[in-house]
Every structure is written in structure tokens, then in C-alpha cells.
Design a protein around this ligand. Structure first.
Ligand code: ATP
Ligand code: MG
Length: 393
């Protein structure tokens, strides 16, 4: 039994499970609207914990920590999809929780996620679930299974930023990859000829109302999001409509409350395929802080608190560059990248997450570039990339 939903006004206390950069930007947005915040994360130096009114430093499944959180706030959310769904289920006994534990459990497991897409009748990459050695043998012994090669073997749970994935060209590599991933439950997906990657962020309120951010064009490097571009015309109109409709039906079917990001592939033949969902604000939506009249974090708060959801409006074309730890270590003697030089360029918005140590591939911050035209935003983004030692786009 979960609690009956009650709208919350600014002044109430809201909580987030997870203390990473998404939690930090959520805390900033909550505080700017006058909410009090609680972060639950074991790391005393977590980016969100450092800026929150309260920081409960326990493991996500520590029942005393969860009880403390439930006592301290009126509503809670998650910023990290690998927070156990059970933690949300425990909180939902006494406080309102969005998204619900079931939706998070679906997003946490590629097998449930794919099944959900099939239920929603949105197109997915051809795939097979490999739960055991017998499943693997069946894939290897069937024509349908072999036709998934070359493919990508992805662990069903706990993957992010391309981790827990192995690209396999033939049956031999598939057998090796399954061993390499520890024989855990996996999904084998056919490798598709990608033309582009997009994402759509939808927000669904307690009353079922839905709004969305404009479609986002994403460029990955080494399995990690490197750049997002958002402006009118960045995607073919028909595909954009199809993606937004698919994202809404995925949210609707889950009875989802909160911000949901849906990742898509556009294939060489211009067909759209849904890749995966994230039950939270998403890296590809960070530009909305600087380029839209409501950000993805503002939307998350409105959903949690039952405040009105207005359709967001993007007021400037935008490019977002991820700032990975690489640009610190590449720099001489660990000195910071040349941010003052970047900030000389007009329309640059620097966001750093307060992480103490820069490691290769670690998301340290992002830079949003806004401009009056898409061409200008893109040109400035490349200038900034040049200054920061990021390869040109
Ligand atoms: P993240 O959490 O950072 O979004 P992830 O680790 O959950 O990533 P995916 O989104 O499944 O992983 O895959 C990472 C990237 O690998 C995709 O953005 C895409 O570039 C590529 N990729 C994944 N699946 C396929 C596929 N079936 N065919 C071609 N490329 C793929
Ligand atoms: Mg992904």
C-alpha cells in the first residue's frame, strides 16, 4: 500500500536517493524553488550531499537510513537507476515516491525493459535474452540466434556508460564474452547500422498530464555521451513525432510519475528504434538548465510535488559538451583546464560537479553553449572544445 498523493508547496522537504551530479543539479533546482532537501548517499563527499540541507550517509538499502529519510521528507525520488528498487518500495510505505519502484525495476533490467517496449509496440533492436548456459546454447544453435551476430552482449543489470557490454562478431566471441561478463543474465542485441542517436525527455505528473523537452541529438565517444545538440530541425519532423509519441506511450504504460528519458537510434534506412530508458533526469537533458524555460530538474520537482506541468519552451539553440576527467589529466601537472578562456566565449555556461578527483572517463562537469542560431552554438562549441583539448566535432 502506498500513501495517498498530496500536493506539496515550496517549503516542504524533498529527498533524493543518490548523491551524484544529477542529484546535485536536482538539489540546486529544489532549493531555488524554496524546498528543503535531503540526500541519501554513502559517500561523505558526494556532489549532491555537499550542497544539500541534509545528507544521510548510509547505503541505499540501510533500513535505518531509509527510515531517517522517510521521517525527514514528504516526497522522494532517485537520481541513479542502480539504486535498488527495494529502497524506493520501502520509502513508498510512508512517503510519496516518484517514480514508483516498479518503473525503476523495469528500467534497471534490460530483460524487463525490452519486454515493456514490446508491450508498448515500439520498435526495438532484434534481441535474445540469455539467462543461462542453455539459453546461450539455444542462441548458438538456432538460425534466429545466429542472425543476431554481429551483436552486442549487454548485462541485464547494472550497465552504464557502455560498461557491462561486449561487442561480438561471431559465435566464438559470444561464448567468450558471456564468460567474460561472469555468466550473469544478459541480452544479446543485433548490432544495428546507426545513423544517429537521439533522446526524448518526458515528464508525467500525478494527474497523468505529460510534457516533453525537444528531441536531443547525442554523439557518443567510447560509449560515453560526448555532445548533445538541440535545436529546431536537428531531427526529421516525422521521426521526432514518432520518438515523442513512443516516449509518451512508454511512460503512460508504466503509470510513470516524474522525468523519464528514452534513448533512440535512427538507422541508416531512417527507421527509429528505441534503445533504453533512464528513470530520472539524463545527461542529454542538461542543456535544459540554460536553454529552456523549465529544466529537466524543474520538471522532476514539479512532478514530485504535484505542481503544474507546463510544456517547456526552448529559448536558445544549444550544444552541451561533457567535461570528462580526461581533460584534467591531459593537462600539464594536473592543473585545471583553461576555463577562463572558455568563459570569454559568449553563451558559455560552465557546470562543475565538485568531484575531488579527475579520472579518465569520469563525468566532472559539462559546458552548455547557447546562441541565437544553431550554427553559432555549434561553432562556439568547437572553439570551446579546442581550448579544452576535446577533439573537434
Ligand atoms: P548509458 O547508460 O551511458 O546510456 P549504457 O551503458 O546503458 O549507456 P547503451 O545505451 O545500451 O549502454 O549502449 C551504449 C552505446 O552503444 C549506445 O549509445 C550506442 O552508441 C551503442 N549501441 C548500443 N546498442 C547498440 C546496437 N544494438 N547497435 C549499435 N550500436 C549500439
Ligand atoms: Mg544508453
Amino acid at each position: 500500500m502506498s500513501v495517498v498523493f498530496k500536493p506539496l508547496a515550496p517549503g516542504a522537504t524533498l529527498g533524493v536517493l543518490g548523491g551524484g551530479q544529477l542529484g546535485r543539479m536536482w538539489v540546486h533546482a529544489a532549493q531555488s524553488m524554496g524546498f528543503q532537501t535531503v540526500v541519501l548517499d554513502p559517500d561523505p563527499q558526494s556532489p549532491a550531499g555537499l550542497v544539500s540541507h541534509q545528507h544521510i550517509q548510509t547505503d541505499y538499502l540501510d533500513s535505518a537510513g531509509l527510515q531517517q529519510m522517510a521521517a525527514a521528507c514528504q516526497a522522494a525520488t532517485t537520481e541513479f537507476e542502480n539504486v535498488p528498487a527495494d529502497a524506493l518500495a520501502q520509502l513508498s510505505k510512508t512517503i510519496q515516491v516518484a517514480p514508483n519502484a516498479h518503473a525503476v525495476a523495469v528500467a534497471q533490467d534490460r530483460r524487463l525493459e525490452k519486454a515493456h517496449f514490446v508491450t508498448c509496440r515500439v520498435p526495438v533492436a532484434p534481441f535474445a535474452v540469455i539467462d543461462s548456459q542453455e539459453d546461450l546454447d539455444a542462441v548458438l544453435n538456432q538460425r534466429a540466434g545466429i542472425s543476431l551476430l554481429p551483436g552486442i552482449l549487454k548485462t541485464a543489470r547494472m550497465g552504464y556508460d557502455g560498461k557491462g557490454q561486449v561487442r561480438v562478431r561471431n559465435p566464438h566471441e559470444l561464448v567468450d564474452a558471456y564468460k567474460q561478463l561472469g555468466g550473469v543474465a544478459c541480452v544479446l542485441e543485433k548490432m544495428l547500422p546507426l545513423k544517429a542517436e537521439y533522446s526524448v525527455i518526458v515528464a508525467r505528473g500525478h494527474d497523468g498530464a505529460m510534457v516533453h523537452l525537444p528531441i536531443q541529438h547525442n554523439v557518443h565517444r567510447d560509449g560515453i555521451l560526448a555532445m548533445t545538440q538541440v535545436w529546431s530541425g536537428i531531427c526529421d519532423r516525422a521521426l521526432e513525432t514518432q520518438a515523442i509519441d513512443a516516449a509518451k506511450s512508454i511512460a503512460q504504460e508504466l503509470q510513470y510519475i516524474g522525468v523519464l528519458c528514452v534513448e533512440f537510434f535512427v538507422l541508416q534506412d531512417n527507421t527509429l528504434v528505441v534503445n533504453e530508458i533512464a528513470p530520472r533526469p539524463h545527461n542529454s537533458g542538461h542543456y535544459s538548465l540554460d536553454a529552456c524555460d523549465v529544466s529537466q530538474f524543474g520538471l522532476q520537482l514539479r512532478c514530485m510535488a504535484g505542481l503544474p506541468l507546463n510544456q517547456p519552451r526552448q529559448h536558445s539553440p544549444a550544444v552541451m559538451l561533457n567535461l570528462l576527467g580526461d581533460i584534467w589529466s591531459a593537462d600539464k601537472l594536473g592543473s585545471d583546464p583553461n576555463f577562463p578562456e572558455v568563459l570569454k566565449l559568449s553563451g558559455t555556461h560552465l557546470h562543475l560537479y565538485g568531484k575531488g578527483e579527475a579520472r579518465k572517463g569520469r563525468k566532472m562537469g559539462h559546458l552548455t553553449i547557447t546562441a541565437s542560431t544553431a550554427d553559432q552554438a555549434f561553432a562556439t562549441a568547437n572553439q570551446a572544445a579546442g581550448i579544452l583539448g576535446i577533439a573537434a566535432f
